[in-house]
Design a protein around this ligand. Structure first.
Ligand SMILES: O=C(CCC(O)(O)[C@H](Cc1ccccc1)NC(=O)c1ccccc1)N[C@@H](Cc1c[nH]c2ccccc12)C(=O)O
Ligand SMILES: [Zn+2]
Length: 587
């Protein structure tokens, strides 16, 4: 076996050329299925995915057979070989099972994305935009309850058998790939021995902030809906928080807002100014360009799907696509004209910016420094866009007064989408890792889910749940098999990035008023980190942007400091927190 550097580099060039063409073929088929859900498109996608796995397997096998690559005296070559020989489920020995794995996953995706529910108003709704709008706007307890239950009937209930089969297959695949189970493989992408302890420490650090917010919101909701709906255990019924999964609460800001001044939710103004999805994407693209970062190419505007088509079923959940040909990058999103969707657009455009920044790296390095980095890029810019100062600049707000009341209103609004999210972002993969490890079996999927939801989020199911239900399956990322801890990591990272970029932009005020718009220095610092892709360990990338190698919750706490003090005052007569066990949970 060779350790010759030039021979190894020649193999890597061949690898890059071969793997990028099978990825382009697969991604194209996946795009066609996601933007037109038919059995025909599903089959083509499954076949292309198999071909891609076969190619990964063949090239990994050749790499191990021809090279003693761990001993090549070039760290970059060794890193590329380490990644390309780690092929995950593509190592599955039984190819029939590998095809079944792909079939089950695409069938779950079809069921979830085509699901509709008909309510007692004799209307039938998809998740987007119908149920999403209803969950945000309705203040009718029974209406919200019907939508919450029927969505779970239409998705989770049907998915449970498929998901339990899926778990067996994906675990077998990853075991053949050298891992204990799928969770072990997913956690390995963070290249850290202490990953789980680090997460636990971060969550514990942030709990007090979440508990204060929870107590404030619970009091406000009791005042609106009445004491009788709220269990004595201290939990908040899950369907009252403005979101189908209670993961972000910003959509009920209007009933939570502390001071009656101009609202920072500019949805109404966007509608008045006849904002279209295209205009919203242009606003986002212009922000990236103002930092001296890349604009999206014309092909992005030609091929993206930014509105829900009327004539076919599509996967509406937003996503950003790299076609691995250095020129084709797209977003698929069923955009609604809301402030929330303007933030989501920045999130997706952040993925595209990462693609554009690392497009010239070898394919094997075209990933985030870690998955949390990829999720954080757009959200960092959204922190600047959401400031009253910026919204005034783009004429979505008339005044941007700096007052204590305005600051509290703004910080509360921001906390409803980032602080409220933390326990959900943390628990999703606690549940999934326990399923992959075998600790949670199909006969207690739902019990484990509600134990975690009750314990970490302090929410409870509004009606009794059983093991016929499969409530995790009602959230996109479970049937889509998309890891979720990346969003928890990104929610911490984004405030570290924000603090570093604000300093670079010479923004001196309080962190929550900082807007990095048009700062070429901030853009340069961010761009240099994104250009690394996954070519360096993520702690190196983190050190480059924030000057430390550790994920740290302090910038998040600093950002919300004024709010924490205010919430403690507001909650002086409240019982903070809730009992571990919650009512209505699976018996
Ligand atoms: O799922 C998304 C956005 C969709 C995505 O951009 O993360 C998308 C998900 C996906 C992954 C894999 C296949 C299909 C869809 N991820 C990407 O498009 C993507 C792009 C490049 C690299 C990795 C992922 N957001 C999460 C959570 C979230 C993100 N930002 C937030 C801000 C506040 C609150 C919640 C969130 C959610 O909706 O629960
Ligand atoms: Zn994302």
């Amino acid at each position: 076996k060779s350790t010759d550097i030039s021979r190894a580099k020649k193999f890597l060039r061949e690898y890059d050329q071969q793997i990028s063409s099978v990825y382009t073929a697969f991604v194209t088929a996946a795009w066609n299925f996601n933007t037109n859900i038919t059995e025909h498109n599903r089959r083509i996608m499954v076949n292309r995915e198999l071909a891609s796995s076969m190619k990964e397997k063949e090239l990994a096998h050749r790499a191990n057979a021809e090279f003693d690559w761990q001993r090549v005296r070039d760290n970059d070559v060794v890193r590329q070989f380490k990644f390309l020989t780690d092929i995950g489920t593509a190592a599955m020995k039984n190819e029939t099972k590998l095809k079944r794995l792909s079939d089950v996953k695409s069938e779950m995706s079809s069921i979830y994305s085509s699901a509709k529910v008909c309510l007692s108003d004799n209307q039938c709704y998809s998740l987007e935009p119908g149920l999403t709008r209803l969950l945000s706007k309705s203040r009718d307890y029974e209406m919200l309850l019907e939508a919450w239950v029927k969505w779970r009937d239409a998705t989770g209930r049907h998915l449970k058998p498929l998901y339990s089969e899926f778990v067996e297959l994906i675990n077998e695949g990853f075991r053949d790939g050298g891992y204990n189970d799928a969770g072990d493989a997913w956690r390995s992408t963070y290249e850290s021995e202490t990953f789980e302890e680090d997460l636990e420490r971060l969550f514990t650090q942030l709990k007090p902030l979440y508990y204060q917010l929870h107590a404030y919101v619970r009091r406000k909701l009791i005042n609106i809906y009445g004491e009788k709906y709220f269990p004595s255990s201290g939990h908040i019924p899950a369907h009252l928080l403005g979101n189908m999964w209670s993961q972000t609460w910003n959509r009920i800001f209007d009933i939570l807002k502390p001071y009656d001044i101009e609202s920072v939710d500019v949805t109404a103004t966007m509608k008045q100014q006849k904002y279209t999805p295209l205009k919203m994407f242009k606003v986002s693209d212009e922000f990236f360009e103002s930092l001296g970062l890349e604009k999206v190419p014309q092909s992005f505007w030609d091929h993206s799907m930014i509105e829900k088509p009327k004539d076919r079923e599509v996967v509406c959940h937003a996503s950003a696509w790299n076609f691995y040909n250095n020129k084709d990058f797209r977003i698929k999103q069923c955009t609604d004209t809301t402030m929330q969707d303007l933030v989501t657009i920045h999130h997706e455009m952040g993925h595209i910016q990462y693609y554009l920044q690392y497009r010239n790296l070898p394919t094997i390095y075209q990933n985030g420094a870690n998955p949390g980095f990829h999720e954080a890029v757009g959200d960092v810019l959204a922190l600047s866009v959401s400031t009253p100062k910026h919204l005034k600049k783009i004429k979505l707000l008339k005044t941007a007064e700096r007052s204590k009341e305005a600051d509290i209103n703004f910080l509360l609004s921001q906390s409803l989408s980032s602080v409220a999210f933390l326990p959900f972002g943390y628990l999703m993969d606690q549940w999934r890792w326990s399923v992959f490890s075998g600790e949670t079996t199909p006969d207690n999927y739902n019990k484990k889910w509600w134990d975690l939801r009750c314990k970490y989020q302090g929410i409870s199911p509004p009606v009794k749940r059983t093991e016929e239900d499969f409530d995790p399956g009602a959230k996109y990322h479970i049937p889509a098999n998309t890891p979720y801890i990346r969003y928890f990591v990104s929610h911490i990272l984004m405030f570290q990035f924000h603090k570093a970029l604000c300093k670079e932009a010479n923004e001196t005020g309080p962190l929550h008023t900082c807007d990095i718009y048009q700062s070429k220095r901030a853009g340069k610092l961010l761009g240099d980190v994104l250009k690394l892709g996954s070519s360096k360990p993520w702690k190196n990338a983190l050190e480059l942007i924030v000057g430390s190698r550790e994920i740290d919750a302090k910038p998040l706490m600093e950002y919300f400091k004024p709010l924490i003090d205010w919430l403690k005052e507001q909650n002086s007569n409240e019982t903070i927190g809730w009992n571990e066990i919650c009512p209505n949970c699976a018996t």
